[in-house]
Design a protein. Structure first.
Length: 46
């Protein structure tokens, strides 16, 4: 049996560039992405 590899959401999205203005953001981009993914899994559609 082959060994499965688990990748974290942070590892999947860590290479995304953050287009926002530095110093004017209250939250990290990765935090917003993870919250959005969790919301979609729970059924959010807007």
């Amino acid at each position: 049996m082959s060994e499965s590899v688990f990748t974290s959401l942070e590892a999947c999205f860590s290479a995304l560039p953050d287009p926002r203005v530095q110093g004017r953001c209250d939250h990290k981009l990765i935090d917003l992405i993870i919250i959005t993914v969790c919301a979609v899994i729970c059924g959010a559609d807007s």
